[in-house]
Design a protein around this ligand. Structure first.
Ligand code: X8Z
Ligand code: ZN
Length: 612
């Protein structure tokens, strides 16, 4: 018997044994909902665990066998999530929402949202989407970069990792070398482009089948917003930060020009000038706060342990043994043929205590911050894994909250008193507060908003909501980079080359689609939470504070995390900070910097000197 027939589907989508009995109607809608939710939750737990295990295998050991396993498991999960009986039953119960418990309503809404890209009315389209997503992820995760810089052995020396690319873009002062590496970092877009063309259509078809305006609209619905409302929200953040971004951009451009011994560009700055593949953060420009020298001699293991210690010091439990046993935390050792996904991620495998992280940690400041970020996800997962939070709601208050906790930890980890207490910065080191604020603007926030709320958000909006034709992707991508980031392609020829897809080079466009604004909203939330913690709990300057060892801060965070998605995110935020979602705290944090930048930018441009 087919499992989903038991739920009453006229169109069984996948076979699995054995079939539970369909909950009989009792005439009491609350009891009916409870029975349905119990059944749904137990099936969901099983399906999601199988899917996570298969996806984990495919992300940590890329190859056709694991890719096939991921496709099959995700198709089974989708067949369950989007089964017609599930959708119809959920919709019918929601029609009587006034009679249900608020928690039941939230659960039902989350079930409907989860069905949004897998409607059982279009099973072939769902399966095609999943197969293409799995194939594309394998292409991306198995990709090896190729550039000759720093290699002496011909056209394509041994393959390079994402870490190699990032390191070179951070360090090289040589523009031709930078250009070569930057261009090599964009080669990955070429084999990914056709897949994104397919997915643009499939994702939209499925979301529209479920009544959403587009796949972007489906993702925005996770916040209770329409596509248009989401864009308005994000544009507000862009305009709130525009004056500060403009001043920071002017300052950074002058620094980079001096660094490369090149004239200061008058308009947009070529993308290969920046220390990051997408110019999304500008590290390494403030010498006084360069932390990398302090990580020399440390081990990658100590970086992850440091991040754990941050949370444990505030009262969170040590990570469960499974985290250390099953995570994949470090680069694949030389000599091993295995390929793995290069982008950091955190996994809640069974919606219980099997939590893992996939990273490629090296002993440097970038990975120190990323490890704090990833463990933020893990501690969120652990906090809401409790009987009061049903499996369907074991998620962040919204997706941005999940990212926001990681980002908050990153902000806290960059505070000088914390770095000193942890022995990363020498206690005697005197760091000028303006320089510290400048570094945080460049590395975490001010440079990041136009990228996340501007370029990425608008591109994905146009891609899905406006069905942007593939032949316009390059031109639109760079038009947005020019408009929001003031970043230009190194050559105009990129705009018209039909093989290229520079948008496809950003991991999230491929495997975390239509939701990059999560990080922009997370950045905003992070400052709201941080201001509250610093001023109300620690009673310290938000620019020079230390969460480490403070149990009250831990309890405050736990109070947010343990709720998972059981309550509306607006209420959670208001209750925690006394305020609605607002960029006020973020703007206030950087207000002193704005004044400093304006003064600096009035100084005459230094004579161009070539530094190497
Ligand atoms: O993807 C991430 C995390 C994993 S959730 C490392 N971040 C964004 C990115 O790398 O583009 C963190 C901030 C932005
Ligand atoms: Zn994250």
């Amino acid at each position: 018997m087919l499992l989903l027939l038991a739920l009453g589907s006229a169109e069984p989508v996948f076979a699995a044994a054995p079939a539970p009995a369909a909950p009989a109607s009792t005439g009491d809608v609350k009891a009916d909902a409870a029975a349905f939710l119990t059944l749904y939750n137990s099936l969901y737990l099983g399906q999601t665990t199988v899917s996570s295990e298969a996806s984990w295998a495919a992300s940590t050991d890329v190859g056709p066998a694991t890719e096939g396993g991921r496709t099959a498991a995700n198709q089974a999960l989708a067949a369950f999530a989007g089964n017609l009986a599930v959708i119809e039953r959920t919709q019918a119960l929601l029609k009587r929402r006034a009679e249900l418990e608020p928690l039941q309503v939230r659960e039902l809404e989350s079930i409907l949202l989860r069905a949004g890209d897998a409607p059982g009315t279009l099973p072939d389209v769902v399966n095609a989407r999943i197969a293409e997503e799995s194939r594309l992820a394998a292409v991306q995760d198995g990709y090896v970069f190729c550039f000759t810089a720093r290699g002496a052995d011909g056209i394509c020396p041994a393959g390079k990792s994402a870490n190699d690319v990032d390191e070179l873009l951070l360090e090289s002062r040589d523009l031709p070398e930078r250009l070569e590496v930057w261009e090599a970092s964009k080669d990955i877009g070429v084999p990914l482009k056709a897949g994104l063309v397919t997915l643009q259509e499939l994702r939209n078809r499925l979301a529209r089948e479920m009544g959403y305006s587009s796949f972007f609209g489906l993702q925005s619905a996770g916040y209770g917003l329409t596509s248009g409302e989401m864009i308005t929200l994000l544009d507000g953040f862009n305009s709130d930060m525009a004056p500060l971004y403009g001043a920071l951009h002017t300052w950074a451009t002058r620094q980079l020009a001096a660094r490369y011994g090149a004239p200061v560009p008058t308009g947009a700055v070529p993308a290969h000038w920046y220390p990051n593949r997408w110019a999304q953060e500008w590290s390494g420009l403030v010498t006084a706060t360069d932390l990398d020298p302090y990580f020399v001699g440390r081990t990658p293991e100590s970086i992850v342990k440091d991040a754990e210690a941050f949370y444990v010091s505030m009262g969170f439990e040590p990570l469960p043994p499974v985290f250390w046993e099953k995570s994949d935390l470090y680069p694949v050792p030389a000599g091993q043929a295995r390929l793995k996904n290069a982008h950091a991620s955190a996994w809640h495998m069974n919606l219980d205590r099997d939590v893992r992280s996939l990273m490629s940690v090296e002993a440097d400041s970038q990975w120190f911050f990323t490890a704090h970020h990833e463990l933020g996800h893990i501690y969120y997962d652990l906090a809401y894994t409790r009987p009061e939070v049903p499996p369907t709601l074991r998620e962040g208050a919204n997706r941005a909250f999940h990212e926001g906790v990681g980002e908050l930890a990153t902000l806290a980890a960059g505070q000088v008193p914390y770095l000193q207490q942890r022995g990363i910065l020498p206690t005697g080191a005197k760091i000028d507060p303006t320089q510290a604020m400048l570094a945080s603007a460049l590395e975490q926030t001010v440079a990041f908003i136009p990228w996340s709320a501007g370029v990425m958000t608008h591109f994905e909006y146009e891609l899905y909501e406006e069905d942007l034709p593939p032949e316009q992707w390059q031109a639109r991508w760079w038009a947005l980079a020019g408009q929001y980031q003031k970043v230009a392609p190194p050559s105009a020829a990129r705009l018209t080359d039909p093989a290229l897809c520079d948008a496809c080079t950003k991991t999230h466009i491929i495997d975390d689609p239509g939701q990059y604004y999560d990080y922009a909203i997370a950045t905003v939330i992070k400052y709201q939470l941080h201001e509250h913690i610093a001023t109300k709990i620690l009673k310290q300057d938000p620019h020079m504070c230390n969460y480490y060892g403070n149990k009250e801060v831990g309890a405050f965070l736990e109070g947010i995390l343990e709720q998972g998605a059981t309550r509306d995110w607006r209420e959670v935020l208001k209750e925690a900070t006394g305020e609605d979602l607002s960029s006020r705290a973020m703007v206030a944090y950087f207000a002193p910097l704005q004044k400093w930048l304006e003064k600096e930018n009035k100084k005459p441009v230094k004579a161009v000197a070539r530094h190497r």
